[in-house]
Design a protein around this ligand. Structure first.
Ligand code: ASP
Length: 438
């Protein structure tokens, strides 16, 4: 059995967190690969090292001294090292680095040092072999991860050393330069490591005990989700639930590896298990729906024309939106009308040109624009098999005074999405939670 354990920024924010990580690692010898983020916030007023490193780079760009920031970053590493009695020569390494700051060091390499130094310290503390991501995570010239090359290198590293620790978030370009991923990218590094060694589980250790059924800022104490399929997770993430970096799902999903979200501060909690398919037996206890998520600020464009050839008008409308780079989230079709939902921000000021172009191309009887719409998705693999679900959902919203502006169901019937006014957004989520999960 091999587990890959990725620890997020808050899990490695300081010496006390390092101790929790060590206890977790020592509790299960199958955790042979550790992937670490850069030290994150220790409390609400603290800063993530990655943010400070980006700030450093901004100072350099504008010719402002970043000495204070550099010394606070170095101070955090020194503090961790000294509190844990480690040997790593933080000062010596910084002395080597500093002269390069204003010369040949690109922003990516600079920012990657958060993960690098945190991982150096953590590797020494855990007694794991440090394997630099620059030597085992590779990008192609197109800036995309070269998965085959990366898998081979990580596989080789694990074949050579019993236990390895890889810094997350960065890798190397064919030019030899370091490149970072987008923010939160250590999730991807962990997924690549898990896929590379065909891990049994990819554990993603963070500061919450798994994914919650709804946003806790909207619903009071939402229940955690114990099991969720990759497909459901993708629906929830698409509809605004921020859980994992979206690019971290594919490598593990592809290889049938379960992903377990765990809490470093509460290792006794089982967290959320994300799997390809939930086994029937294990499913008994689960609630009827899996989760609720939503996003604000959409625009509905409704086009009406008596006797229109809907398919050709729809095609024209889609082409127009595409021309203005406004992605269509949902389409509802009527006999003599259709409605398209797009993000208000993506439409921007182009909305007037879009309407003008539609009027020219389709010659509709009426075009209606409705802004200020929120989309709320109720997601659940079990909804397919139960007739009457949408009826109950609409009834619950109606009874509580939430006016539904548009309705859509995902093609795979994993979710029912309703469009409501922005003002009703939070209420809609609360009503649905109470009705189906509370
Ligand atoms: N340290 C990076 C960030 O803050 C990457 C990560 O934590 O996953 O985005």
């Amino acid at each position: 059995m091999i587990k890959v354990a990725k620890f997020g920024g808050s899990s490695v924010a300081g010496a006390e967190q390092f101790k929790k990580v060590k206890a977790i690692i020592e509790a299960d010898p199958s955790r042979r690969i550790v992937v670490s983020s850069a030290a994150g916030k220790r409390d609400a007023n603290d800063h993530k090292l990655t943010d400070l490193l980006y700030l450093c780079h901004a100072h350099i760009t504008y010719g402002v001294s970043c000495d204070d920031i550099v010394s606070s970053i170095r101070g955090r590493f020194v503090e961790i090292r000294d509190a844990l009695g480690l040997q790593y020569d933080v000062e010596g390494e910084f002395d080597k680095l500093l002269p390069r700051l204003n010369r040949d060091m690109g922003v990516d390499e600079l920012v990657s040092r958060g993960e690098y130094f945190t991982s150096r310290l953590l590797a020494e503390y855990l007694g794991y072999r440090f394997v630099d991501a620059a030597d085992c995570v590779f990008f192609g010239l197109d800036g995309q991860i070269d998965r085959e090359k990366t898998y081979a290198a990580i596989g080789n590293a694990l074949a050579r050393y019993e236990r390895i620790l890889i810094p997350g978030f960065y890798g190397r370009l064919p030019t030899g330069k370091i490149k970072v991923m987008s923010r939160g990218g250590s999730d991807i590094s962990g997924a690549l490591a898990a896929a590379a060694v065909h891990a049994d589980v990819y554990e993603n250790w963070t500061d919450v005990s798994g994914i919650l059924m709804a946003d806790p800022k909207i619903v009071k104490d939402p229940a955690p989700i114990s099991q969720i399929t990759y497909a459901e997770l993708q629906e929830l993430a698409f509809m605004g639930a921020s859980v994992l970096h979206e690019d971290s799902i594919l490598p593990v999903k592809e290889r049938g590896i379960a992903l377990n979200i765990r809490n470093t501060n509460r290792p006794q909690d089982p967290g959320t298990m994300i799997v390809e398919e939930v086994e029937e037996d294990a499913d008994q206890e689960e609630r009827f729906i899996t989760g609720i998520a939503g996003r604000r600020n959409f625009t509905i464009l409704t086009i009406k024309k008596r006797g229109m050839n809907t398919s050709s008008s729809l095609r024209q409308a889609l082409e127009i939106l595409d021309r203005y780079h406004a992605p269509v989230e949902h389409i509802t079709l009527g006999l003599d009308s259709f409605a398209l939902v797009s993000s208000t921000a993506a439409l921007g000021d182009s909305v007037y040109d879009v309407i003008a172009d539609m009027q020219k191309a389709i010659r509709p009887d009426d075009v209606n624009v409705q802004e200020g719409i929120s989309l709320v998705a109720t997601v659940g693999r079990k909804m397919t098999s139960r007739p009457g679900t949408s009826g109950r959902l609409f009834h619950a919203l109606g009874k509580n005074g939430v006016n539904i502006r548009t309705i859509a169901q995902g093609a795979d019937e994993l979710s029912i999405i309703v469009g409501v006014e922005n003002a009703d957004f939070e209420n809609a989520i609360r009503v649905l939670y109470e009705r189906f999960a509370g």
